[in-house]
Design a protein around this ligand. Structure first.
Ligand code: SF4
Ligand code: SF4
Length: 464
């Protein structure tokens, strides 16, 4: 049976790379940085690009709050489809569980919006205030014109990214092609203006000021990662058996002669860490799996002419016993659950009824019409959830001799909602009970095999 990897709670002494509580991550190039940039660029392109895509006449992805409809490419979800939308969230959660068991917090490091926006804000910071050393110096320096200018440029860039993020976000709820010109002509509605300001402020504070604190104190995922990863999960790890004892040395000297391992104790892996931890202390809750420390350490190993991989993606078993099992019961179980849920979701999506029906019975019990017949009134609410016109056919079954006064065919345009008043009448002497069970049957000309049946009652007096 798999053991869980112990997640270390490290000492709270402020490390040397911090100035008070602020973390100044050093920038470092390497393969994992390139991967992160690629993943971030993909997420940015998806986020900022999808909102401008059209599907037919309409915005491809739009949560229309006023109409209470969610359009996602060709499909439209209505409030009654909420269970399907919840299923998407559950599938995403199981996808995350699967990925975590397989490769730790790889989601956090490469694709989580909080991390991606944080990297973008760090890039803006580096561009305007310089790399780690220059930023520390600037923070420690007295107020000057140079400092004010750097600060102004940084915050302007942050606000620009935040405003773009906010407008795009609001654009997923209000047609973006109306929203953008309204912003430019300052004709934005009060609520749209509020949400643009709100999300601008939220992005600016989250990615600019809170940064890793969101991952450390607000995101629940980091808290339960320790119960998800096992000793075969791939995590960012320091190979202590190779690196310890740590110590500085001259390049080319023999570390074993000095009783040292491969770690030169340069702390570069700590300086690049966006959450300010030392990976050499073991897997920690604060580690978001970004692999910046791998890039940093690999470049040091290269300079020292040591083999790379002192800090690398490895499992606990791989480091301690030299073995790694990819296929594990827990991983297979998550995979099977995931595949089953995706299958069920696809089936439910494809077979969901594209005709919505609701029936309201008139509050009055019954009445007599001019011909002496008993009348009951109903209101049939029809919703065409399809993106094509449908022709609904309405019938009444049960209760001999009931006539339907009202349209038996209704044309429903794409995504149209119609209320159809219907009156049923029956001769008083044909009534055998005060309450007669009947059914409204609705089908469509396009799909006559699929019938929707709504049971209801016809009321009338006996022995008048
Ligand atoms: S320890 Fe390494 S992988 Fe973890 S957050 Fe820090 S830099 Fe990223
Ligand atoms: S970067 Fe590598 S060599 Fe330097 S302290 Fe970290 S683990 Fe040791």
């Amino acid at each position: 049976m798999n053991r869980l990897i112990p997640v270390t709670q490290v000492a709270t002494n402020p490390p040397s790379h911090r100035s008070s509580d602020k973390i100044y991550p050093r920038s470092f190039s390497g393969i994992y940085r390139r991967l992160r940039i690629g993943a971030g660029a993909m997420l940015f392109t998806l986020y900022f690009g999808t909102v401008w895509l059209n599907w037919g006449e309409r915005q491809a992805v739009l949560w229309d709050i006023t109409e209470k409809k969610f359009h996602i490419f060709g499909a439209t979800f209505w409030p009654e489809d909420l269970v399907l939308l919840s299923a998407i969230l559950i599938i995403c959660a199981f996808g995350l569980f699967f990925i975590t068991v397989l490769a730790g917090r790889v989601w956090c490091g490469y694709a989580c919006p909080q991390s991606v926006w944080m990297w973008a804000f760090l890039w803006a910071e580096r561009l305007t205030e310089g790399d780690r050393g220059q930023r520390i110096k600037l923070d420690d320096s007295a107020f000057s014109q140079h400092k004010a200018l750097r600060r102004f440029l940084k915050h302007s860039l942050w606000l620009l990214i935040s405003a773009g993020t906010a407008v795009t976000f609001v654009g997923y709820f209000t047609p973006v092609r109306d929203l953008a010109p309204n912003i430019l002509s300052l004709e934005l509605s009060g609520s749209a203006l509020f949400w643009v300001f709100f999300f601008t402020a939220a992005t600016y504070v989250n990615a600019g000021w809170l940064r890793e604190k969101v991952c450390l104190h607000m995101c629940p995922y980091g808290r339960f990662q320790s119960s998800m990863v096992d000793n075969d999960s791939l995590v960012v790890a320091y190979d202590a058996s190779r690196g310890d004892p740590r110590g500085s040395r001259h390049k080319g000297s023999d570390p074993s002669a000095q009783g040292l391992g491969d770690c030169i104790d340069c702390e570069m892996c700590v300086q690049v860490c966006p959450t300010g931890i030392d990976i050499r202390d073991g897997l920690q809750m604060e580690c978001i799996g970004c692999a910046a420390c791998i890039d940093a350490c690999d470049s040091i190993m290269e300079k020292m002419d040591y083999p790379k991989g002192l800090v690398r993606y490895a499992s606990d078993n791989e480091l301690n016993e030299g073995t790694r099992h990819i296929l594990r019961l827990r991983l297979v179980a998550y995979f099977l659950i995931l595949v089953t849920m995706i299958g069920l979701f696809s089936w439910a999506l494809m077979t969901r009824p594209l005709l919505g029906l609701e029936l309201e019975k008139d509050r009055g019990l019954f009445r007599f019409n001019g011909s002496g017949y008993i009348e009951n009134s109903y209101l049939l609410k029809l919703t065409n959830k399809d993106i094509e016109t449908r022709h609904a056919v309405i019938k009444v079954s049960g209760g001999e001799g009931i006539n339907m006064l009202g349209p038996s065919r209704v044309i429903l345009r794409a995504e149209e909602k119609r209320e159809v008043p219907i009156i049923l009448e029956k001769a008083p002497d044909s009534l055998v009970s005060e309450v007669t069970s009947i059914n409204f049957e609705v089908s469509t000309v396009e799909d006559p095999e699929k019938r929707f049946i709504i049971p209801t009652t016809f009321l009338g007096p006996i022995n008048r």
